[in-house]
Unconditional design. Structure first.
Length: 413
C-alpha cells in the first residue's frame, strides 16, 4: 500500500482506505453487469457496494440474502469496480441502486442535489448510533443515512521495542510531554520512536487534542492558535529526531513503517490489524489510546453510511433492509467477517469482549472528530497535505492562513 493510495482513499472514497475505515473499498471486486443502472423494479431492492475484499462482499451478499428470504422481497447485491463513477452514472440516468455505500465526504453533495433520501430520522435504531457518527451524516438538521461501521485512530506500539527500552504498561503516554519522552527513548539507529503519514488524516489528531480542527459549526477554524500549537508540537518532535513521517523512512504508510519495524510507534486506524496479520503475522504489538493534548483527548474517525436513492421505487423495503443491516446482531456478524467496528452502541460490549486488543479504537468514538463534509473540502485537505510533505521545514502560519482562506471559500459557497 503506497502512501498515495492511503491518502487518496481518505479523501476520494474510491480506494482502499475507505475500505479500511468504513468497510468499503475498491480493489477490483466483481462488478454486476447492471451496476451503473441498477434501479430495482417495483418491490425489489438492488444494493451497490464497494468491497475491501472477498470476505466483505460475501458477508454483505449473505446478509442481504437472509433478509430477502425472511421478507420475501427480491434483492441483489452488485460489487462496484468504481463506486463513485457508477453512482454518478446511475443518478444521471435516473436508475440508481436503491441502497448503496457512501462516505461522509460524499453524502452532502448527494443530499444537496436531491439524489439522497433523508430517511435516517425514521429508523427505529436511530438513537443507538454513536452521536459523532450521526453528526457525520446529518445535513440541514436531517439524518440522511445510517452509519454502517467506522474506524478511529489510536497509538500502535511494537511490544518488543517497548520492552527493549525498559518500558512497561505504566509508561504508556497519556500527554504530549510523555509522548515526547517515550518517543525519544524508543529512537535509535535502527528505528524512530514515532511515525505516521504526512497528511491531515493523521496529523489532525494533534489538532483535535489541542482543541482545534478544520471546521466548527460551519465555520473554518484552520488558522486558530490551537492548530498552530498542534503543528509546532509535531515539528518539535521531528526536530529532535523522535518523529519521522512514513515517507521519510522509506515506507508508503504508517502500517508499512510499523510492520517493517522502522518505527516503534505509529498513529493508525484499526485497519492496520488486518494488514499486520496478512503481511507481518509474527509481529507482536499493543494498541492504546492516543495521548491527550492541551485540550484533552482527541482522535479522528472515518465512516460510511447506507444511502438510499431518492429515485428508488422501493424506499420502504430499502429502509427495512438498512435497519436489518445495522442491527446489533448483523453488525457483529460483519465485524467477525471483515474486521470493522459496529456503528451502534449496543454492540460495544460484545465487540470489546471479542477484540480485547483493539478496545482503544472503539473508545475513541466518544471524543473523535470527523473531517469536514461539504463538497470541495477534500480539495482543501489535499492541498494542505501537499504542504505537510515539507515538514518540519514548514511556514506554519502561512500554511494555515492559506488553508483558512481556501476552506472559507468552500464553506461560504
Amino acid at each position: 500500500m503506497s502512501r498515495r493510495t492511503i491518502l487518496m482513499s481518505t479523501i476520494t472514497v474510491a480506494s482502499l482506505f475507505l475500505a479500511a475505515c468504513g468497510g468499503s473499498g475498491f480493489d477490483g471486486g466483481e462488478s454486476g453487469a447492471d451496476s451503473t443502472a441498477a434501479s430495482s423494479e417495483e418491490g425489489s431492492v438492488n444494493v451497490l457496494i464497494a468491497a475491501s475484499g472477498d470476505a466483505e462482499a460475501k458477508a454483505v451478499k449473505d446478509a442481504v440474502q437472509v433478509w430477502s428470504d425472511d421478507t420475501g422481497t427480491p434483492a441483489t447485491v452488485d460489487v462496484a469496480s468504481d463506486l463513485v463513477q457508477q453512482l454518478a452514472q446511475g443518478f444521471a440516468g435516473g436508475t440508481p441502486p436503491d441502497v448503496f455505500y457512501t462516505s461522509s465526504d460524499q453524502f452532502v453533495g448527494y443530499a444537496q442535489n436531491g439524489s439522497l433520501e433523508p430517511y435516517g430520522d425514521d429508523l427505529s435504531n436511530k438513537s443507538d448510533f454513536y452521536d459523532s457518527l450521526r453528526d457525520a451524516f446529518t445535513y440541514d438538521n436531517k439524518l440522511y443515512c445510517a452509519p454502517k461501521d467506522f474506524s478511529t485512530l489510536a497509538l500502535v506500539i511494537n511490544r518488543q521495542m517497548w520492552q527493549d527500552a525498559g518500558l512497561t504498561e505504566a509508561d504508556y503516554p497519556t500527554t504530549w510531554s510523555e509522548l515526547d519522552e517515550i518517543a525519544r527513548k524508543l529512537t535509535n539507529d535502527d528505528h524512530v520512536g514515532l511515525s505516521f503519514g504526512p497528511e491531515y488524516q493523521r496529523i489532525g489528531v494533534f489538532f483535535a487534542q489541542a482543541g482545534g480542527g478544520l471546521e466548527r459549526d460551519g465555520k473554518a477554524i484552520v488558522n486558530a492558535p490551537e492548530n498552530t500549537e498542534a503543528l509546532n508540537q509535531v515539528i518539535s518532535m521531528m526536530n529532535d529526531g523522535s518523529l519521522k513521517l512514513s515517507n521519510q523512512i522509506g515506507a508508503g504508510w504508517g502500517g508499512e513503517a510499523f510492520g517493517k519495524q522502522l518505527a516503534a510507534m505509529v498513529i493508525e486506524g484499526n485497519w492496520i490489524t488486518g494488514a499486520l496479520k496478512n503481511d507481518f503475522p509474527d509481529l507482536e504489538y499493543d494498541v492504546v489510546p492516543l495521548p491527550a493534548g492541551p485540550a484533552g483527548k482527541g482522535t479522528l474517525q472515518y465512516t460510511n453510511c447506507w444511502g438510499i436513492a431518492s429515485d428508488s421505487k422501493s424506499k420502504d423495503s430499502a429502509r427495512n433492509l438498512v435497519e436489518f443491516l445495522t442491527s446489533t446482531e448483523q453488525q457483529m456478524k460483519f465485524a467477525d467477517a471483515f474486521g470493522v467496528m459496529p456503528s451502534v452502541k449496543s454492540a460495544a460490549d460484545e465487540w470489546k469482549e471479542k477484540n480485547p486488543t483493539m478496545v482503544a479504537f472503539l473508545e475513541g468514538a466518544d471524543y473523535a472528530q470527523y473531517l469536514p463534509t461539504r463538497p470541495g473540502t477534500t480539495d482543501v485537505i489535499s492541498d494542505l497535505n501537499a504542504k505537510f510533505e515539507q515538514l518540519p521545514n514548514l511556514d506554519v502560519q502561512t500554511t494555515l492562513d492559506q488553508a483558512q482562506l481556501d476552506l472559507e471559500a468552500v464553506l461560504n459557497d
